[in-house]
Each structure stands twice: as structure tokens, then as C-alpha cells.
Design a protein around this ligand. Structure first.
Ligand SMILES: Nc1ncnc2c1ncn2[C@@H]1O[C@H](COP(=O)(O)OP(=O)(O)OP(=O)(O)O)[C@@H](O)[C@H]1O
Length: 242
């Protein structure tokens, strides 16, 4: 018997106001403990899917469930966002405070922590990400990779139960990417990670899902290799039969 999903999408269809239909009858249940890599070609609707889960956009058909109940209003989505933290594809969209500490402490303060607790939590998170000493830096002056790391810190500092990461390794150098792998590999937190970086997904998730033509089409355990050279969901390798 499976546990109640943390969140689920039920018959979700979504089109942008331009008429561009992106998702078609998507059904998906995210169960506790799952660590999923989400793959799909550019423009296939991965980010859109995340935005619908978080309540940033409403589907024309179907619904989002949170712990088995339909999520209807902003108040209910706020409850969902306490458990599900999303790191946006574009760090610039996530950072809106003057300093790094303000940004990283924003979530914890919002969750009701005291200023001291929030500061302590934020400094610890920054340290974990190798960003000691960054707390007083001005966010708008950071490099692209640093912004990416700080945006991850703004979510990790809230210690969400589920992490939704939208292309977290984009623009990172190999060492920084490796650090993110180490951090995520050590975290037990359930997650969905959108990425085209197979090796990264192999090290930070345990299943693959693909989205194609607006439908979730694959859900397979993926290769446990540390270095994945082949496209695991691509063409079948040619088998030679005797
Ligand atoms: N605000 C919008 N208005 C109209 N169309 C949009 C809007 N945002 C996204 N789209 C279109 O919807 C489709 C899905 O976009 P989405 O960002 O979800 O794809 P994605 O799978 O995350 O892509 P990528 O891998 O390139 O980030 C794309 O064709 C995109 O051009």
C-alpha cells in the first residue's frame, strides 16, 4: 500500500493565454521520499509543470492535490509552499533583497523564526554551500554561478520536505557543480530535478520521468552509474543476437 502523495496533479491540462497548449491530461502523484529526475526537450513544459504545482499558474482543467485534498486558493498554496520549495531556473527571479543574508533569511523569517534563529540558519546554509563570508555581499553584484548558489540557499534555508529544482547546474563550473552534487547526495529530502545533465541526475535522483508533447511518458529507475555516457532514454542500444 502506498502512502498518500505529498502532492498530485489530476487530469491537468494547461495552455498559455496565447493558446499554446503545453500540458495534456497530466496525472502524477509525488509520494514521500521520491527523488526524480525530470527530463524533456526545451519547451516541453517542465517549468510550466513546476509552476502549476506551486500555484503560480492555474491549469484550465484538472487540479492540484496537496496531501490528498484539492488546493483551491492562495491560502492553501501557501501551505503547500511551506513544504515544497522551488529553486527557479533563473536566479535573478529568486533574489530580490539587497544582501545575500537578507535573501537567505527571508524564507526562515517568513516561517516564523526569530531574527537570530533565521540568521543562524542562513549562515549555516551559506557555509554548507561554500559561501562563507558572502552574507553581506550585494546580490545584484554576484556572478551568475554565485547567484545560482544563493538562490539554492534561499530554499535550503527553509529545510523544505520536497525540493523542486529547475536546472540547478546551469552555468556552474565543474567544482561548484560537484559541490551541489555532494550536498544533494547527502540530503535525504524528496525532490524533482529538471536537468539535461544525465550524470548529475544519476547522482542526485533515483528515477527518471520524461515529458513529451505535454504528457508524462516515462517513469523508470535509472542507471546507477556514476558517469552516464549514453542517453538512458534514447534509442535502444543495438543488441547482437547470435
Ligand atoms: N508566458 C508564456 N506565454 C506563452 N508561452 C509560454 C510562456 N511561457 C512558456 N511558454 C511556452 O510554453 C512552452 C513550455 O515552456 P516551459 O518553460 O514549461 O518549457 P521547459 O520544458 O521548461 O523548457 P526549457 O528546457 O527550455 O527550460 C514553451 O513552448 C514556451 O515557449
Amino acid at each position: 500500500m502506498s502512502e498518500t502523495p505529498i502532492f498530485a496533479l489530476q487530469d491537468v491540462s494547461f495552455a498559455y493565454p496565447s493558446g499554446h497548449a503545453v500540458l495534456h491530461d497530466v496525472n502524477f502523484a509525488f509520494e514521500p521520499g521520491q527523488q526524480i529526475g525530470l527530463y524533456g526537450t526545451n519547451g516541453s513544459g517542465k517549468t510550466t509543470l513546476f509552476h502549476i504545482v506551486m500555484g503560480l499558474m492555474a491549469p484550465q482543467r484538472g487540479k492540484v492535490l496537496f496531501h490528498g485534498r484539492p488546493v483551491r486558493g492562495e491560502k492553501e498554496f501557501q501551505a503547500l509552499r511551506r513544504e515544497v520549495g522551488m529553486v527557479l531556473q533563473n536566479a535573478e527571479d529568486q533574489l530580490f533583497n539587497p544582501t545575500v543574508l537578507d535573501d537567505v533569511a527571508f524564507g526562515p523569517l517568513n516561517l516564523g523564526m526569530s531574527v537570530d534563529e533565521a540568521r543562524e540558519r542562513s549562515l549555516a546554509t551559506l557555509k554548507e554551500l561554500g559561501l562563507d563570508g558572502f552574507e553581506d555581499r550585494l546580490t545584484h553584484r554576484l556572478s551568475g554561478g554565485e547567484k545560482k548558489l544563493v538562490s539554492l540557499a534561499t530554499i535550503l534555508s527553509m529545510q523544505p520536505k520536497v525540493l523542486l529544482l529547475d536546472e540547478p547546474t546551469n552555468g556552474l563550473d565543474p567544482q561548484t557543480r560537484e559541490r551541489i552534487i555532494e550536498i544533494l547526495a547527502a540530503l535525504p529530502t524528496a525532490r524533482i530535478i529538471i536537468s539535461h545533465d544525465w550524470d548529475f541526475l544519476a547522482q542526485t535522483t533515483s528515477r527518471f520521468m520524461t515529458i513529451k508533447d505535454g504528457r508524462l511518458v516515462t517513469d523508470v529507475p535509472h542507471l546507477p552509474h556514476r558517469h552516464v555516457h549514453a542517453h538512458p532514454l534514447g534509442d535502444e542500444p543495438h543488441h547482437h543476437h547470435d
